[in-house]
Structure formats: C-alpha cells, structure tokens
Design a protein around this ligand. Sequence first.
Ligand code: GDP
Ligand code: MG
Length: 322
Amino acid sequence: MAAILSNADFHSLKRALLEWIANNPQKKLSFLLTGKTGVGKSRLVNALVGENVANEGQQRDSCTNTATPYKVTKEDIDILVWDSPGLQDGNADYSNWYLENLKDINSRYGIDVVVYCLKMDDRRFYSEDKKAIRKLTEGFGKELWKKTVIALTFANKIQDPDEIDDQIYFLKELTEWERQLRGVPGGILTELQIDSKVLSALPIIPVGNYAGMPKKPRPLPNGDNWLSELWISCYSVMSDTAGVALYKISKNRLVFDATAVAPKDDPRDIPGDIPLNDRQQNTLWKRMWDAFKSFAPQFIARSMSTGVLAAVGVAILRVLNR
Ligand SMILES: Nc1nc2c(ncn2[C@@H]2O[C@H](COP(=O)(O)OP(=O)(O)O)[C@@H](O)[C@H]2O)c(=O)[nH]1
Ligand SMILES: [Mg+2]
C-alpha cells in the first residue's frame, strides 16, 4: 500500500503547523468563572490552567475584587481569571453591579471562555442561578452561550442514596441537569430562546476534584476523566486563536493515550496530565486543522485530500507532543 503522505510531506506539514502555532497572534487568555461561592470555581480553574492561579477556599467578597483578575503567565501567554461569585448571591443591586463590571471587562479584555459552575450534588437548581443565567443572557446577548461551558462540580460526590447502582444514578442526575438547562420544553436556556444549535453544542460537563474524598483517586461514576473533557470542551467553544493559546499553555500536560480514563495524580494536587482519548484527540485535530488549513494551501493543492490530512492529523499532533 502506498503511503498516504510521504515522509518529506509529513515533516514539512509538521514544520508549518509548528510555525503557525508559534506565530499565533493571541498572547492572552481570559477565563470567566461564575457560580455560587463554594461550588469549586477556584479549584476547577487551577486544574484547567495547571497552576495555583486562584486561591481555593478563599472568598473574594468585596466588589472591587471582580475587576482584579487572578493572573499567571505561561508560555508567554498572560492568563487572566475573572472570578465572579456575585451574580448568584441573590442581591439585585449587587448583581446589576457585577453585570456592568463584567461587561466592562469583556469590552476591555475580551472573555475567551465562560465556565458556569453548578454543584451537581445540589438537590435543586437554585433560583439565584436561574436569575444569574437570565441576567448574563440579557447583558451579553444569546451569543454568550456559544463560548460557555457548564461545569457540574462535585460530580465525584454523586452516590446512589439507595446504594443500588452509582453509575445509573449518576447518569440519571446528569440527564436531569441537562433537562433543567436545555430541555424542550422547560429548560431555562430553552425558555431564554437560545438557538437550538447553540444549545445542543453547549458542553455540560460533570467535573469532580477529590478534595474531601477518601484519598484514593477516583474517576467519575461514568468512568470519564473530567479534566480531559473539560479541557477539550473549553477548546471547542473558544475562538481559533484562543484555542491555540489554550493548546500552548497545556501542551506539556496533554497525553495522547486512548486508554487513559482516570486522573492518576495525588488527589490533593493539581492534576498534571490531561490524557486525551481517541474522540478528544480527533476533536482537537479537527478544530486545529480547520483553523490551520488556509495557511497550508500547498498541502491541499498537492493531491492530498482534506480527508487524508485529517487522518494523519492526530499522528502529527502526537509527534508535536514528543
Ligand atoms: N469533593 C469535591 N470538593 C471540591 C470540588 N471542587 C472544589 N471542592 C472543594 O470545595 C471547596 C470550595 O472550593 P473553591 O474552589 O474554593 O470554590 P469557589 O468558592 O467556587 O471558588 C474547597 O475546599 C475545594 O477543595 C469537587 O469537585 N469535589
Ligand atoms: Mg474561589
């Protein structure tokens, strides 16, 4: 069988891709974390960024704090984390103030991804959260949901109270959250008339760190590695240039390992590895290739169909990661 891509082609494609990544114009990444105090925003963003950027367990209560982001620089990219618990505290004056503040941040710095945190083991979807979701939509427009990931935190704590089957119970709880968020009819986002395509693409990701759990690392009840899914979901909703910036700050942690499911790290630490399974690897390449291909017309022109390149793409990503 003839090789679909010659060695020389493979190497020049790899070089072109590396150069394109290195020349990515975006030098900052701006994350907005929102959700009630104590839902795990700080812990989640630390895991995502791979550094202790936000102080876990600490309350940033005063109004002045939202305007000051947590900051860290990685691979020459300034990472800004805006932490806004104030939208969900039920105080209408405050939440208006927070919203104006966020709009100001957005116009000055841009927000690359919004992570809306809800505590999965809460027995109910709080009206404060529903109000905050309405407010955010009024303030930023429906487009906001195109760059949002909904994180269901404390997912590792979900256990069947009847002790019959944790996995089934977990999937039932997940379905119930999905229904309350984007169910037709009845989901809050459906009520807000967010475009159905945007809604079906909106990632709703159970995430769970191990704090407070027995020290044994544990995957989610459905066996997923929550960090990998969170990472690829953020990558998927970001703009092309923001996605490359996220790839750059995470490159050393990405592991192209189809079999890895559960985080291996000490539960008390920020997880190191982000193992990507086959599906996640393909998602990464597909998005990256869509953004990159117009910079590599020579490869498309020379009898290499997009399909062929897509097939070798993951192989190239693996090589880049060595
Ligand atoms: N079991 C468990 N504990 C968590 C999780 N996320 C955060 N925590 C703990 O919950 C507390 C509050 O977390 P933090 O990130 O500070 O919440 P924030 O107020 O939303 O920023 C901390 O003690 C965390 O260690 C999670 O997913 N599972
Ligand atoms: Mg916090």
